[in-house]
Design a protein around this ligand. Sequence first.
Ligand code: IPE
Ligand code: IPE
Ligand code: MG
Length: 256
Amino acid sequence: MGDSAAKTFFPTPPLLAEVPRDRWPGHVAAIMDGNGRWAKQRGLPRIEGHRQGAKTVRRIVEESARLGLRQLTLYAFSHENWSRPKEEVAQLMSLYENYLIDERPTLMKDNIHFRNIGRRDGLPESVLREIDQSERASAANTGLTLCLAVNYGGRQEIVDAARRLAVEAAAGKLDPAAIDEDRFAAALYTAGLSDPDLLLRTAAEMRVSNFLLWQISYAEIYVTETLWPDFAEADLHRAIADFARRQRRFGGLENT
Ligand code: IPE
Ligand code: IPE
Ligand code: MG
């Protein structure tokens, strides 16, 4: 294999060598947890864990694009995370802003389509500006969809959707009888996006913490003890290989 070919040729990672491509998840969603514990283990301030976590985001986004996944959704800041100390919240916001600026060239190079989900209300102007800029710049990209959940809460999303539909109905523009699952899903922040096939959570916590409550109804759940800052490409491959072994039944019976 010559140098130029090596640039475009991406060998199947060893952990995925035996896994048929049609068994891979199309959409992977991740609850990125354990940044604080990672820092604490090292006697560092929590922000250092978040900084290291941002590096993991870069690696996992690039790897997901390389693997040809359809979508990667990352839980970056929850509605409930506002209850953290002001200083940590401010540091996280500035980390998002810098991430969005720094990663924009990668989005374009790797043909990644960027989407943000969550409430805009409450986010600093500077973060909103960079979100809008990344969404605009990458709108025509056709590769991986990277969806970042910032100021996101699953319950809040459902309430917002219900309110939108109620407003339309009250204005006589929507017949309440026409509200079905598809119509409701189209009123969520994730309108037009697929539901996650695989939901992974790092740092061993066995809960969903208000993430994508509607969308994960049939997601396969994978929890690892690995802390998010330590989560490596091989951990993603391991999760995908594990997913590929699952029998999804969607309420039916095996092989039907
Ligand atoms: C996840 O790491 C990042 C965010 C929630 C922003 P944590 O900050 O929750 O890390 P732990 O749970 O304290 O280890
Ligand atoms: C979930 O992690 C939110 C994000 C990863 C952004 P948390 O650390 O906030 O969740 P809890 O508090 O342990 O449930
Ligand atoms: Mg946590």
